[in-house]
Design a binder for this molecule. Sequence first.
Ligand code: ADP
Ligand code: ADP
Ligand code: MG
Length: 460
Amino acid sequence: MFNKILIANRGEIALRVIRACQELGVSTVAVHSTADADTVPVSVADESVCIGPPQVTKSYLNMHAILTAAKLTGAEAIHPGYGFLAENETFARLVRNSGLVFIGPSADHIARMGQKAEARKTMKEAGLPILPGSADMVKDGDEAKRIAADIGYPVLLKAAYGGGGRGMRVVAKEEDLGPAFAQAAAEAMNAFGDGSLYLEKFIERPHHIEIQILADQRGGVVHLGERECSIQRRHQKLIEESPSPFLARDRALQICETVRQAIARIGYEGAGTVELIVDENRRFYFMEMNTRLQVEHPITEEITGIDIVKEQIRIASGQPLRFRQDDVTFRGHSIECRALAEDATLDFRPCTGTIQNLHFGLGPGIRVETHIYSGYQIPATYDSLLAKFISWGLTRAESISRMRRAIRETVIEGLPTTLPWHSQVLVEPDFVRGTYTTHYVAEHRRLQDPAPATGAGSGS
Ligand code: ADP
Ligand code: ADP
Ligand code: MG
């Protein structure tokens, strides 16, 4: 096992990784921007190093500053968390070339999955179904039109290097394809520094269901079940749950096993998530692979009892998985609500402010992953995640009722949060029945109406 790990991230996920290190008896180094000097991960880590100003390109994306911090402190390994450098092939390579361990998959696997048209090819060869679409990146609007005519509208243009729901365009008919192509390419160029696009069939009313994988360096590969992530705004998740209410257990396990075998075939190592589109007939298609820890990993931890972050660290240190597929058992139901600094009544507009009164509703079956505290000023520079509420119950109904109770007791004052929206979803019939698709948020706009003052978990 390592003696010291540097955490190249911030916020709740930096704290989550530090906690795993502490449980493993590993020392920690937090790196931070000047804006994050007074944050919880910095204060609980054994050491901390300031790596630059608030702008992410000069701090959390500054590879050389991070590597220098690792050298100076004698860290042996770097955990990238999610976002920032977590899926950056160059960083993974640099870390390894510096004689350090990157806690994640090989740079080659990051590269292959990071180019999403390439990832489609790779996973198709490994045995996963993919949606009809372009075999590779699409050169221009005319090529897109030829492929779209072949597979039929609607189609989805997607950024080859995309992430975070950006650089996507749904196109319903041929005359819209040319302009949409130009817009999506420009948006992708702007967001990812590369305007390459690919195209796939747009599935109406699909489910986003993803499979959590752990793979060690000796060929051991297990899945930890699925997560239903269909409740999204701007193609980004707001609520996740496991198991998926849409899939019968035998169908879910069948899909998980197919994915597990495909991952074994590509020789992947570390934690990873395979995201799938599941259609109304419960047919599934590979969508993309995230070669990192996922925001919503805790719900899988709750139903399996497996600490995914500790397993990532053990795998990176060369240890074999201590369990086989048959040893993994699933118990109960878990839900995550992402409390964001966003105003749902203004179409989830991000907001900033200073946390005033703060109280988390806890109690049986509730876990809160957060870095915020009373007096903490939410910087506008970083993403809007304030806290993750994770509930566990023996049944889905119990998990929902615990989540309702926890959010009802919670007070986050000082800025708008998504909690009033979440508490309305938790009593909304389609959610309660578990019959929802990725169109849920759009089809339930009234949940975004300004609520009468009910004290639903948040105030400003
Ligand atoms: P998850 O599937 O784990 O929910 P998300 O798409 O929500 O993944 O992204 C996780 C985090 O990574 C978010 O904080 C998001 O802002 C960030 N992120 C996603 N893609 C990128 C990217 N290309 N560059 C920088 N940050 C990203
Ligand atoms: P990102 O890398 O930004 O996470 P994804 O490929 O995971 O991009 O897609 C983000 C979201 O867009 C999915 O969660 C899903 O809701 C929607 N989506 C992606 N591909 C399709 C598709 N072919 N048909 C319908 N919806 C899709
Ligand atoms: Mg995705």
